[in-house]
Ligand binder design. Structure first.
Ligand SMILES: [Zn+2]
Length: 494
């Protein structure tokens, strides 16, 4: 069959799917025009998978994901010290690089081969084994690097980590390795160069599921209530030096974090400020504008790292696709959303993966509110804070007493996909929303095939160029993975 014929058939199928989508939107009250991937081009259907799924018989896994969900692109967690991302039991797990580090690329870091190399599978190079199995099946492979949420149990990693405003080295989320630390930059750029040069990958995705010290001190993220406001970062020697070079007063910033710590600790103890929580917060910002300058310093430093990754990979193989997994907190926190400017990212992004995990979104939204209701939103009730969030973030979801178990709807996925598409309009950057399948999270209702199907439909109705099935193949129930395939079939895309 000539390719023009395939294109014409695709066009007809996609057009029909678009029309079906419009009907569905009319039912749900959505006003925006439905859209689907460009005619003649199959959407990217990706899946994340850990080392455990690659170590045995990758062919069997690839056949399963292809059959159930039309997967055509693989995103192995190829460097990770986190057991759940590798899909392995926590006991005795060390992790690291599940490919083989080629030391010529790591001259600018202090980490050794033994520091980096995952010991779990002997001499096996899981990336080198995966790529031919993927190619045989017409699948692409993207190296997927998600920053660890706990400092690896390796001594040399300590020097790469952020320092809090009391001068203490941090060791876990919401802090992490410092973007201004040359040893961390050296490691990260070496890692992406290694993958780009040593393996026939098709692209690379990187993620920082973090934000700056001001928002961390507030615990302004899902599960943030347990964050220590005294551990806001980063005040390492490199960050201090950079701040001074930009005319930011380091000691005034430190004084701001000290005031913020006292405010957050009082709120956690339910001691309401005389003028109320919101007013007290704004007064701290007015008295210490360096807090915002420090936040911006952090955000810009991460952006520099992303730009450096992008140009490093492009300088080696311009055809490799480079993009970013964007932390779920963008869905809950208007503060963090402001830090993630998708339109600005198009200058250094071939693709964006906004995390739009609908099933766990309800409980996570509650957790964001439970944390910030002890400080910046302390004057509101749970339901008021939720209504405020829905309004400013543009959602129409379930009330407080139900949202944890119902989760968010496919309409949330559609709205956020549409917002992302609008931000990248007129550029070559494509949008691949992340869809959750059986993400384990305390207090969340069960994931279902229908829920997954509605999320995938929502993504394409919002104009997605593909979807990335998440978080990890090893935690997905087969029938729920098939729910993604059901949506693609309904859209005529599988
Ligand atoms: Zn630093």
């Amino acid at each position: 069959m000539p390719s023009s014929e395939i294109n014409r058939r695709e066009f007809i199928r996609v057009s029909a799917a678009g029309a079906a989508g419009l009907g569905l939107l009319a039912q749900s009250g959505g006003a925006e025009q439905a859209s689907t991937p460009p005619a003649g081009r199959k959407p990217m259907v990706g899946i994340q998978l850990g080392a455990a799924s690659l170590a045995q018989d990758p062919g069997r896994v690839l056949d399963d994901v292809g059959r159930r969900a039309g997967v055509n692109t693989l995103f192995p967690f190829i460097y990770s010290h986190v057991s759940t991302w590798a899909g392995l039991p926590a006991a005795g797990f060390r992790g690291g690089n599940f490919a083989v580090p080629h030391l010529e690329y790591y001259k600018d870091t202090n980490l050794t081969f033994a520091d980096m190399r995952a010991p779990e599978f002997g001499d096996a190079d899981l990336l080198a084994r995966l790529i031919p199995a993927a190619r045989e099946r017409g699948m692409k492979t993207f190296a997927w690097i998600l920053e660890d949420n706990v400092r690896p149990p390796v001594a040399h990693w300590e020097a790469l980590y952020e320092v809090d405003f009391h001068g203490r080295r941090t060791n876990r989320h919401p802090s992490g390795p410092c973007y201004n630390n040359p040893l961390y930059r050296g490691f990260l750029l070496g890692l992406v160069e290694d993958y780009a040069r040593s393996y026939e990958i098709d692209g690379l995705m990187w993620a920082s599921e973090r934000q700056g010290g001001l928002l961390n001190a507030l615990g302004a993220y899902h599960n943030g209530a347990s964050a220590d406001p005294g551990q806001a970062t980063c005040f390492c020697e490199f960050c201090q030096q950079k701040a001074r070079s930009q005319g930011i007063d380091v000691e005034r910033a430190r004084a701001g974090f000290t005031a913020l710590e006292a405010f957050v600790r009082a709120g956690r103890a339910h001691r309401r400020p005389a003028d109320g929580y919101h007013v007290a917060f704004w007064r701290i910002l007015l008295n210490h504008p360096e807090l915002l300058a420090w936040e911006n310093l952090w955000v810009r430093s991460r952006e520099e790292v992303q730009i450096a990754i992008y140009h490093k990979v492009k300088s080696i193989k311009p055809g490799l696709q480079v993009g970013w997994h964007l932390w779920h907190n963008v869905s809950f926190s208007p503060f963090h959303r402001a830090e993630e400017d998708y339109a600005a990212m198009t200058a250094y992004s071939d693709f964006l993966k906004p995390v739009l995990y609908s099933n766990c979104a309800g409980r996570r939204m509650q957790q964001f509110i439970e944390s910030t209701r002890e400080n910046v939103f302390g004057d509101l009730t749970d339901q008021q804070a939720l209504d405020f969030g829905y309004r400013v973030l543009d959602y129409n979801e379930a009330p407080w007493d139900r949202v944890a178990t119902t989760g968010f709807s496919g309409d949330y996925v559609r709205r956020e996909t549409q917002r992302t598409r609008d931000a990248v309009a007129g550029t070559a950057t494509v949008v691949w929303p992340g869809i959750d399948i059986d993400v384990q999270w305390e207090g969340v209702g069960p994931c279902t095939p229908e829920g997954v199907k509605q999320s995938v439909l929502g993504a394409f109705h919002g104009g997605a160029d593909g979807v990335l099935l998440s978080r990890n193949y090893s935690e997905m129930k087969p029938e729920n993975l098939s729910g993604a395939g059901a949506a693609l079939k309904e859209l005529g895309l599988m």
